[in-house]
Design a protein around this ligand. Structure first.
Ligand code: CDP
Ligand code: MG
Length: 163
């Protein structure tokens, strides 16, 4: 099934000069970038992006620090499309805590902060956000992009890559 997913290169990814590296990994897998921009998130956007589901998962302290972290500097926001793109992008990104992320994933290749350290400093520096499921991707794409900013075009290699 062709899916769309929201990908953010978080402020640590932008500030470490990894924009190109991260985009390259999505493109080389054959995924199609159908929207992209640099955004300085304000608190309203950050709070809508990281909702109570984060509190349920990791606690309110993690959510508060995550909201500050996503606002710390500009991010690159993208909508990425492809066959099972939601799962595929999360595979390319790797596990939440970079110390657990497989080598070959973005988090596994460019950082390695442990879960323990993340908890200690209460900052999950892990370079990328990627939507977790269909419901989240719809909500998140709507938060970061207007319909006009999302484009429809054909990749020249699409017939060989997608499906
Ligand atoms: O990003 P991902 O979907 O893999 O993980 P998540 O469970 O949705 O958590 C969102 C983000 O919260 C993570 O990417 C980490 O940056 C951050 N986090 C944190 O700062 N402290 C934690 N204890 C857990 C997550
Ligand atoms: Mg998540």
């Amino acid at each position: 099934m062709i899916q769309k997913t929201l990908v953010l290169i978080k402020p640590d990814g932008v500030q470490r000069g990894l924009i190109g590296e991260i985009i390259k990994r999505l493109e080389q897998r054959g995924l199609k970038i159908i929207a992209m921009k640099m955004v300085q998130a304000d608190r309203i956007l950050a709070e809508k992006h990281y909702t109570e589901s984060i509190t349920e998962k990791h606690g309110e302290k993690a959510r508060i620090s995550l909201i500050d972290y996503i606002m710390y500097g500009p991010v690159i926001a993208m909508v990425v499309q492809g066959s099972s793109a939601i799962t595929l992008v999360r595979k390319i990104v790797g596990a939440t805590f970079p110390g657990d992320a497989d080598i070959g994933t973005i988090r596994g290749d460019f950082t390695h902060m442990s879960k323990a350290r993340t908890r200690q400093i209460n900052k999950g520096y892990n370079l990328v956000h990627a939507s977790e499921n269909e419901e989240d991707s719809k909500k998140e794409i709507g938060l970061w992009f207007s319909d006009k900013e999302i484009h429809d075009y054909k990749l020249s290699a699409e017939d060989y890559l997608l499906g």
